[in-house]
Write a protein that binds this ligand. Structure first.
Ligand code: DGJ
Length: 732
């Protein structure tokens, strides 16, 4: 009977694991799982030491592919034991592991060694769950694998203390990803700083460790939790292998990329172990963030498109079909803190004439907020600026046919605020130590339940009492003095986890209670963009840098990791506040149109000509918006490489496309390079509609797809800051 049950369960398992578009198959005889997600397959198995070993990560495998039970690799020298030479999926620190562990625990008796062994596994649709256990203690780890049809595998883990004694987790990463030995790996990352986020860096990999991380308490401008590993000399924008991934975590994080002595690559990522420890009492568990990864053989362009599709269909709150982002007006660069009822109504009236759909009042509307020295924390409408509350402005905005949004910075407090005077203990601090201010503000300790509840309740009240469609949720400093003295000493470092969990829970509860509310994640620009916050927010503010020329580079970098519909981009005034550069209005519009269009200039100063240019281009944007926001992006020419760049968006069914071409600065009378389009239906005819016929040379009304991709299009751009757009519609 027992034997029959065993056979039955093997049969049931095998039955579940049929090959579908996106499936998990299990070879019980070899103890090997094949996970198929889009173009990618990922294979792992239980080896002869009961450890979980990575077998394969690459192009999708067809039915018939099979793998033997993996074996721990031999030690290559007495200095390099099997645990170092073998590509392990999730490895505890112990056994002489000289590389990054996925999990490190210290036990009350001083033991810090962990030997994780396979216990069992179950498959449910596209999900695989594997349980591992320490060989000697009741410490269990459940490993989760979730395959998505877009070609992404999500991995995360749950560390469970099923014993009686309290243990301390010193490092709990989400996953380790392994790449086979190769000498040509190159690593791309996105680094930067305030006003200069999303700078793409690519470097040859060699033996050693590269750490991508934030120790700042949040995602950071410094590095985004994204990586792409390609093959030098082989991978381009349109061809060659790319293994890529990103984390879903908005706190301090780390991705450690190691090339081992055997030229294998290990990528281990999750919450940052720096200044971290997390006690687990009997029965307690700790979940790690999700670490998402994919593979393509079609170059960096396709890697980006896979991520874009995945974000829109699987991550964003309005998944799988996020609605089109409205054209917004934002008051910040126009008025800064000097917002008031009359001024905002005047701007709203002008914005409506341009075709704006959402009016957003930025900083300055609450408390005693006349500059950045006071008011944060006092979320009551400033009675001098808005004597009758927000209602008159909101009513006028609605009457003008727009919806209304407002800026908040819920996690912060100015020492000069009623909130701080009442609750100085709510600010993150180490008792008795100076509290470091940045932009004159301190962080509220959101890990505290009372603080979390206060933040939720004021936001809920604000949104309940006013007809607010959109919150721009800002966050303008990093952490310092991350103390949490009201919990026992050994729990104080849990702040790194609890803070982020509470942030997510506020966002989630707010959205549940106000299902129509949309939210932008802003952190002084692009300081908090990651797949964690994006589960609760509809768009992001990629940078405070609104100079159109810098912005082209920023936007190019951004799209390596995130979808264009997330990328709010404003047209602002010149000279630009940061670079003092003067760029014509049409170029500024065309730069902003390659994401979600917004307008942030002082419309009171716009001339009738500016207004008519703005109206014409906003109308044009609305025509192309579905293609830009929900289509497939092709970076035809990248801005950091030359004085020109071009991007193309095309719908998944290849029926509509739009191309933007930008000339930054002409030299030596050089003609604008011919642009070959991509991803069209080669056999189809397309109708071409230029934004400005004079800027496209010798353009027929119709042209065949293969010709547009082979011969290309010649744009007639001249001088400095010239730009244009071209629409394509398939006609047969
Ligand atoms: C930083 C944001 O990035 C800006 O857009 C603006 O909202 C300011 N904060 C307001 O203080």
């Amino acid at each position: 009977m027992r034997q029959l049950a065993g056979l039955l369960s093997v049969w049931l398992l095998a039955g579940t694991y049929s090959f579908s578009q996106n499936a998990i198959s299990y070879d019980a005889s070899q103890h090997v799982w094949q996970i198929h997600a889009g173009e990618m397959s990922y294979v792992l198995g239980v080896n002869d030491k009961k450890a979980l070993q990575t077998i394969y990560w690459g192009p999708r495998l067809e039915k018939g592919a099979s793998f033997p039970t993996p074996k721990q690799l031999p030690e290559t020298a007495s200095f390099d034991p099997g645990v170092a030479t073998t590509p392990l999926e999730y490895v505890g620190w112990g056994g002489g592991l000289p590389y990054e562990p996925t999990l490190k625990i210290s036990f009350p008796d001083g033991n810090r060694s962990l030997l994780l062994e396979y216990v069992d596994a179950k498959v449910n649709g596209d999900a695989l769950e594997i349980t591992m256990k320490d060989a000697l203690t009741p410490i269990y780890v459940r490993l989760f694998y979730q395959a998505a049809p877009q070609g992404i595998l999500a991995r995360w883990s749950r560390v469970e203390n099923r014993g009686k004694e309290k243990i301390t987790v010193e490092q709990a990463e989400s996953a380790t990803w392994n790449l086979a030995p190769r000498s040509t790996y190159e690593l791309s990352s996105l680094t930067g700083r305030w006003g200069a986020e999303w700078q793409l860096q690519t470097e040859a990999m060699h033996q050693g460790t590269t750490i991508l991380e934030s120790r700042r308490g949040s995602t950071s401008h410094q590095t985004n939790p994204w990586f792409a590993i390609a093959s030098r000399g082989e991978t381009t924008e349109n061809a060659g292998p790319v293994w890529f991934g990103e984390l879903g975590w908005s706190g301090s994080w780390r991705i450690t990329v190691e090339q081992t002595q055997a030229q294998r690559v290990r990528i281990t990522g999750g919450t940052n172990p720096f200044d971290f420890s997390y006690p687990l009492a009997a029965g307690e568990s700790l979940d790690t963030p999700k670490f998402y990864a994919g593979y393509t053989a079609k170059g960096h362009g396709e890697a980006s498109r896979i991520l874009h599709r995945f974000q829109r269909e699987q991550i964003l709150p309005q998944r799988p079909t996020p609605r089109l982002r409205p054209v917004i007006f934002n008051s910040w660069e126009a008025t800064e803190f000097a917002v008031d009822e009359q001024g905002q109504i005047a701007l709203a009236e002008k914005a409506a004439k341009l075709g704006v759909e959402r009016m957003v009042i930025d900083d300055g509307w609450f408390g005693k907020r006349n500059n950045d020295r006071a008011g944060l924390g006092d979320w009551n409408v400033n009675p001098e600026k808005f004597p009758s509350g927000l209602k008159p402005v909101i009513d006028r905005v609605h009457a003008l046919g727009m919806d209304f949004g407002i800026w908040v910075e819920p996690e912060m407090v100015n020492p000069d605020s009623d909130l701080y005077r009442k609750h100085p203990d709510w600010a993150m601090n180490f008792p008795g130590r100076p509290r470091s201010e940045a932009r004159n503000q301190l962080l509220l300790n959101l890990a505290r339940k009372d603080v979390r509840d206060y933040v939720f309740s004021f936001l809920d009240k604000l949104v309940s009492e006013n007809d607010i469609a959109f919150l721009k949720w800002d966050y303008n400093r990093n952490w310092s003095e991350p103390g949490w003295d009201v919990v026992p000493l050994d729990q104080q470092k849990e702040i790194y986890v609890k803070y982020v969990e509470n942030l997510y829970s506020i966002l989630s509860d707010l959205r549940k209670k106000h299902p129509k509310l949309e939210i932008e994640s802003c952190s002084g620009g692009g300081g908090r963009v990651d797949l964690g916050i994006l589960q609760y927010t509809d768009e992001v503010w990629p940078s405070d840098n609104t100079d159109a020329l810098d912005r082209l580079v920023i936007q190019d970098g951004f799209t390596h990791a995130y979808s264009p519909n997330l990328m709010m981009a404003w047209v602002t005034d010149v000279p630009n506040f940061l670079d003092k550069r003067v760029i014509p209005l049409e170029f500024r519009f065309l730069a902003a149109m390659s994401g979600s269009l917004g307008i942030g200039g002082n419309l009171n100063k716009w001339s009738p000509d500016d207004m008519s240019t703005g109206t014409r281009l906003t109308t044009f944007y609305k025509q192309i918006r579905p293609v830009v926001q929900l289509g497939e992006l092709h970076r035809l020419m990248q801005p950091e490489e030359s004085e020109t760049n071009a991007v193309q968006y095309i719908t998944a069914d290849r029926s509509s496309a739009v191309v933007f071409a930008y000339l930054h600065s002409q030299h030596y009378g050089r003609p604008f390079p011919t642009i070959r389009l991509e991803g069209l239906d080669p056999a189809a005819s397309y109708r071409l509609t230029p934004l400005d016929a004079a800027k496209v040379t010798g353009l027929p009304v119709e042209r065949n797809g293969s010709q547009l991709m082979g011969e290309g299009v010649q744009f007639n751009l001249r001088g400095d800051y010239d730009a244009t757009a071209l629409r394509l519609e398939r006609i047969r």
